[in-house]
Design a protein around this ligand. Structure first.
Ligand SMILES: O=C(O)C(=O)C[C@]1(C(=O)O)C=C[C@@H](O)C=C1
Length: 347
């Protein structure tokens, strides 16, 4: 059975991911929510002295900033030009948390972001899912017929590929969606539009020439909130906890995949993500930081990203990890956090 499943996975795509199958509740941007305990406690400790600082990649008005504000409404957000700057911000103490887009329903895993996570000693403290709708924005007064080019974040351009082809416009990737808006304004680009959110349009005073530009109406991006310290979320919450880990190995991919599947299925632990990233997909070996070995980065021909339901404090999870650790593999827990099935909305 497991073998059949693997063969099916390998034949359909090299990089396979299983998404959470249920369609969770959809919440819009102006609600007050019951924050996950971990962020509550982080918020609480920060409130004693100062607000939590959350770094994100992009300019003010980026989707990542909105995701950060939704997860931590009391926080101060810190814009960073590149993902590496954003991660350095928490490593150097300029920020308490960082937020990273790791997958979308339309494009799958953002492998480069995920790989960066493997190379750093950071821990996932929360996930947040955001419904992403794209708009075509231009400087006020510019008509659609005057446009020659569209600029945006590469993921936004990928999500809107069909719409862009229909519009017949050239496109160019820039650092982020809100950064594209800033660029339009600072260079007064009258023949260029940006793909970004209505929130960015309102923030920068641009006209919205079209809504819902993404090729699929259902477009959800999953973000992870990262911290330098490992919070004790597993002890505080027993229900609705999810764990993310990476299994890195030098042996045959099928053997390890089968072992992971049988180890978890025999204990009735549900996987919410299982994805293979190999040196071939990655254009070279996958680098993983081994925090136990003095923080050295090791190279592997193949890694598995595994998310599952349960806490690292559950006995059956401990047993599963102990069983996997007997293999010639390196297992690293990336985080154990409350699973939030809500999809937050942003037009
Ligand atoms: O450019 C932005 O606004 C971002 O927040 C980045 C990002 C991404 O990294 O995928 C986030 C969400 C959308 O999927 C598009 C772009």
């Amino acid at each position: 059975m497991a073998e059949m499943l693997i063969n099916q996975m390998m034949s359909t795509t090299k990089r396979t991911h299983f998404q959470v199958p249920s369609v969770p509740a959809f919440r819009t941007m102006n609600h007050r929510r019951n924050y996950p305990k971990i962020l509550n406690s982080l918020n609480g400790s920060a409130q004693n002295s100062r607000k939590l600082r959350v770094s994100y990649q992009g300019a003010p008005g980026a989707y990542s900033e909105f995701a950060a504000k939704t997860a931590c409404p009391e926080s101060v957000t810190i814009p960073c030009r590149a993902v590496t700057n954003m991660i350095s911000a928490i490593e150097t103490g300029r920020a308490d948390l960082a937020i990273l887009a790791v997958e979308s329903t339309m494009e799958g895993t953002a492998v480069r972001n995920y790989d960066l996570l493997l190379q750093r000693d950071l821990c996932i403290v929360q996930e947040i899912n955001l419904f992403v709708q794209y708009c075509l924005l231009a400087i006020p007064g510019v008509a659609k017929s005057e446009l020659k080019k569209v600029i945006s974040h590469p993921m936004a351009l990928a999500h809107c590929g069909r719409s862009l082809a229909e519009l017949g416009l050239d496109h160019e990737a820039v650092d982020d969606t809100a950064g594209a808006v800033e660029l339009l304004l600072s260079n007064r680009m009258l023949d260029t539009a940006a793909i970004a959110s209505t929130r960015a349009a309102a923030l920068y005073g641009l006209d919205v020439l079209a809504h819902g530009l993404q090729d699929e109406s259902w477009n959800v991006t999953r973000f992870l909130i990262l911290s330098k310290n490992n919070p004790k979320v597993a002890k505080e919450r027993k229900i609705g906890v999810k764990t993310s880990m990476v299994v890195a190995h030098h042996s045959g991919i099928l053997d390890v995949l089968l072992k992971v599947l049988s180890t978890f299925s025999s204990r009735k632990i549900s996987l919410t993500k299982l994805e293979v990233n190999s040196a071939i997909d990655n254009n070279g070996p996958v680098k993983v930081l081994d925090a136990h070995e003095g923080g050295s980065v090791k190279e592997y021909p193949c890694v598995l990203y595994v998310d599952f339901e349960g806490s690292i404090d559950d006995q059956k999870v401990k047993d599963a990890i102990a069983e996997l650790s007997k293999l010639p593999v390196y297992v690293r827990i990336l985080g154990c956090y409350s699973a939030d099935p809500t999809i937050y909305g942003l037009q």
